[in-house]
Structure formats: structure tokens, C-alpha cells
Design a binder for this molecule. Structure first.
Ligand code: HEM
Length: 445
């Protein structure tokens, strides 16, 4: 296999692995904040137990998140030296600020984890809010570099290929920064909400729960469903803005996402199917007339650029249509599921039926698949460029010949770590079931 493909496969699998833990690291503190707030308001001990147990899970996964994040940094330098040369000159700022964000997260996490029982409730809340701010800021800052790769700004390149006139703040506030940072943040909150809903649903489907355990898991499921509903809706609304950003700054990717070959006014939206290069259309898709034009520019007569505006060697791989569909399809399904559950709760005023719990069991893994599909769509859809219209992936990647062996070794390591972290989580929570905590005396502060 060629070195560039191997370098992309190795970096892609590293990022795909890290994203799971990074997403959880961004979302779980928000769930803990909600549980802490509920405890402050209701004085219900169940919420304090929830916050404590989620914190334990978070701490276990944080270790893998930090380790895999470090591997991502090392991989970038090793696999894409041409890219790092430009990054160092233009977009180093978010990486530098990220060190402070990580410091805030780590310091307050230690305080919250080891001193929670000795802190007054309000100070515990301040600590976990600081953890959430640090974690989200880290994600936003790293995402900034990704956004800049899609919409590079803040520098010029002279005829000799040298970077000149660097403006780090212009690079920082590149055109897609805000919209991309919001998309990544709200989709992470949404994913964690659905993961916690999955765990709650699995527990509630078990027959051998005590009455109090059932009440406890229903409370955690309710928090997760409400957060999931709000965040999935926010993800879709912001996803629409992200698509409009593509229309303005990266129409080639939007054309690939929708399998649109000809530049078209009143363009239809193609849902499902696959893009056929030979027949120049999306086969077996459901077409919604005029919807793509409307989504791109808020008007039915918006002209949407087709792939044929560009030489074929600059087209992204046509299968990005499927990646886009997976992300949007799962997002839409999860909006439907969470709002259906809320409606059922309000109308029936009874615990949720088992069939909807079974759907929630699938919700968490599906949200994770949507996150992976989103990253793959964005990064594969940028090809053949690493930095759009500036640096091709073939120029950015290493020429080293050892990447194949590294790929096998690292992928084996990721699979091992994935199983190990699931095993450790299961082992910990099996050894520390929730029911003995119901009888523990709460530390009053
Ligand atoms: C529901 C409708 C959605 C729409 C219209 C939408 C739209 C988009 C678009 C256009 C991009 C590409 C941005 C770029 O390359 O610059 C993107 C990327 C992404 N999406 Fe979505 N999305 C939706 C749902 C979701 C869901 C449900 C998730 C995950 C739970 C998700 C996670 C992501 C991620 C992680 C990225 C990569 C980061 C980025 O470039 O923004 N999206 N989305």
C-alpha cells in the first residue's frame, strides 16, 4: 500500500480512537454539573450518588483520553511533517492556549475527585464547572486547528512557497471556527447524554433491580433524555449552519456530500442511496425537491455548485455522501427518539415502556457512530487537500517506509485499550454496585 494511504489510515485510526474518549471527556462533566445542580435544588441523595459514580467513570476514561491525545500529537509530527511546518508558523496559538485549558481541567478535576466529600456543595459545583469549562475549551481550541485546515486564513504564501504576512488572530478566528466549534461541542454533549441514557436503559431492562435502584436509574435516564433532546436539536440546527458554511467556503465538499455533479438552481436534497460516478447521480436516493438549494442559501433558487466545476483530481471521494447521510440520519433519528420519550412521559405519566428503553440502548452507540462519521466526512471530504487549496495530502505526508508496521502495532494497541477500558469500567461498577450507597450517610456541608 502507498505510504500516504498508510499515513492517513494510521492517523485516522488514532484520531478515531481518541475521539471516543475525548467526546466522553467533554460531555460527562456537563452531566455531573446537572446532577450536582439537581442535588443542590432537590436535596435528593440519588443525584449526589449519580455525580459521584459518573465522576469515577470519567476518571477511568480520562487516563486513556490523555494518553491517546498525546499519541495524536506525536503522530501528527511523525506522519505529516509538511503540515506541521505550516501549523508551527500560522496556527500554533490555539495549541498554546490549550495547555492552560488542560491545566484548569486537570487541577479542578483533582480537587473534585479527591476532595469532593470535604467541600461544601457550592464549591464542589464551582470545581466541576471549572472542569467542564477546561474540557470544552480544550476541545474548542483543538477544533480550531481543524477548522483552519478547512478554511485557512491569516497568512499568505509567496511564489517560492514561503509563508509570509502571518496574522495569528486572523488564523485563530478563521471563517469556520465558530460554527465548527459549536458543532463539535454540542454533538459531544449530545453523544454523552445518549451514552448515559443507554446505560440507564440497559439497567432498567434488567429484572433483578430493587425498587430504589429502579427509581435511581429512572432519574439518570430522565436527565440524559432531556439533555439528549436539547443537544440533538442544537446539533441539527447548527449542522444546518455548518452546511451553509460549506456552501460559502467549501462548495466542493458540499457537492460531494450531496452527490451533485452539475451546478444547479432549485437543487434537490438526496437522502440515502450511493453516488454513481458512471451515471453521475445518486442512485436509489429519496429526493426532496429544492431542499438542497434552500438549505444552502435559505432560498429555493440558490445556485449550488456541482462537482463538474472542478477538475476530477480535486473531487473528494464520492462515498462521503454515505458518511454525511449516516451522521445526519442518526442525528435525526435521535431527535425523534428523545422527543418521543419526553412526549410519552408527559402524556402517560408512567415509566417508559420497554420497547422505547430498547431503542435507547442503541442510542448511545449510534451517537458515537455519528461522531465518527462526522469526523470522517469532514476530513475525507477535504481530500485531496490537508489544508484546503494550500497543501495537498501527498505533500504533507511522510516519505518514511515504516508506516505499515506502525499501523498494525497501533491499531492492535487501540483495540486492546478499548477492551481494557470497557473491562475496567465493568469490573469497577460490578464491584461497587449502587445499592450500598443508598444507605451511606451523606456528608452534610
Ligand atoms: C442533524 C444534522 C446534521 C447536520 C446538517 C450536520 C452537518 C455537518 C457538516 C456540514 C459537517 C462538515 C463540516 C466541515 O467539514 O467543515 C459536519 C461535521 C461534523 N459533524 Fe455533523 N451534522 C449533523 C449531525 C451531527 C451529529 C448527530 C453528530 C454527532 C453526534 C455530528 C458530528 C459531527 C462531527 C464530529 C463533525 C466533524 C467536525 C466538523 O468539521 O464540524 N453531526 N456536520
Amino acid at each position: 500500500m502507498d505510504t500516504v494511504v498508510l499515513a492517513r489510515a494510521l492517523f485516522g485510526s488514532t484520531l478515531g480512537f481518541h475521539i471516543i474518549y475525548a467526546t466522553i471527556g467533554v460531555g460527562v462533566p456537563v452531566m455531573i454539573i446537572i446532577a450536582e445542580c439537581m442535588h443542590l435544588i432537590t436535596k435528593d441523595k440519588h443525584y449526589a450518588i449519580m455525580a459521584k459514580r459518573w465522576t469515577k467513570g470519567f476518571a477511568i476514561l480520562l487516563a486513556v483520553s490523555i494518553a491517546s491525545g498525546t499519541i495524536v500529537g506525536v503522530m501528527l509530527s511523525l506522519l505529516f511533517p509538511g503540515f506541521m511546518e505550516i501549523v508551527g508558523q500560522v496556527i500554533a496559538l490555539p495549541f498554546q492556549i490549550e495547555i492552560f485549558a488542560f491545566l484548569i481541567e486537570a487541577v479542578f478535576m483533582s480537587i473534585y475527585l479527591y476532595a469532593a466529600d470535604r467541600l461544601p456543595s457550592w464549591l464542589r459545583l464551582v470545581s466541576i464547572i471549572s472542569v467542564a469549562v477546561g474540557a470544552t475549551a480544550s476541545a474548542v481550541l483543538i477544533t480550531d486547528a481543524h477548522a483552519w485546515m478547512n478554511t485557512p486564513a491569516g497568512f499568505e504564501m509567496n511564489d517560492a512557497g514561503k509563508i509570509i504576512n502571518v496574522n495569528p488572530w486572523e488564523a485563530f478566528f478563521n471563517p469556520s471556527f465558530v460554527v465548527t466549534a459549536i458543532h463539535v461541542t454540542v454533538s459531544a454533549y449530545m453523544t454523552v447524554a445518549f451514552l448515559i441514557a443507554s446505560i440507564g436503559a440497559i439497567r432498567l431492562l434488567q429484572k433483578n433491580l430493587t425498587k430504589e435502584e429502579r427509581v435511581y436509574h429512572r432519574k439518570s435516564l430522565t436527565i440524559a433524555i432531556y439533555l439528549g433532546a436539547i443537544m440533538s436539536l442544537a446539533t441539527a440546527v447548527n449542522g444546518h449552519e455548518t452546511a451553509q458554511m460549506l456552501h460559502e467556503y467549501n462548495p466542493r465538499k458540499l457537492a460531494g456530500a450531496e452527490g451533485l455533479f452539475e451546478t444547479t438552481k432549485y437543487a434537490p436534497l438526496s437522502i440515502g442511496g450511493y453516488t454513481s460516478r458512471e451515471e453521475e447521480e445518486v442512485k436509489f436516493a429519496i429526493e426532496v425537491p429544492y431542499a438542497l438549494s434552500f438549505l444552502a442559501g435559505d432560498r429555493f433558487d440558490t445556485e449550488v455548485k456541482g462537482l463538474k466545476e472542478y477538475p476530477e483530481e480535486l473531487w473528494p471521494p464520492l462515498y462521503i455522501h454515505t458518511l454525511f447521510n449516516v451522521m445526519v440520519g442518526i442525528g435525526t433519528m435521535l431527535i425523534g427518539l428523545s422527543f418521543l420519550a419526553i412526549a410519552l412521559k408527559w402524556i402517560r405519566r408512567k415509566p417508559l415502556p420497554n420497547w422505547i428503553l430498547a431503542l435507547f440502548v442503541a442510542g448511545g452507540p449510534l451517537a458515537l457512530i455519528a461522531i465518527e462519521a462526522g469526523w470522517c466526512f469532514s476530513c475525507i471530504g477535504r481530500q485531496p487537500y490537508t489544508i484546503v487549496n494550500v497543501l495537498k495530502t501527498t505533500e504533507a505526508a511522510t516519505q518514511s517506509t515504516n508506516v505499515g508496521l506502525l499501523f498494525v502495532l497501533f491499531v492492535s494497541l487501540y483495540v486492546l485499550l478499548l477492551f481494557a477500558s470497557v473491562f475496567i469500567l465493568r469490573f469497577y461498577f460490578k464491584r461497587h454496585p449502587v445499592h450500598p450507597e443508598f444507605n451511606e450517610k451523606e456528608v452534610q456541608s
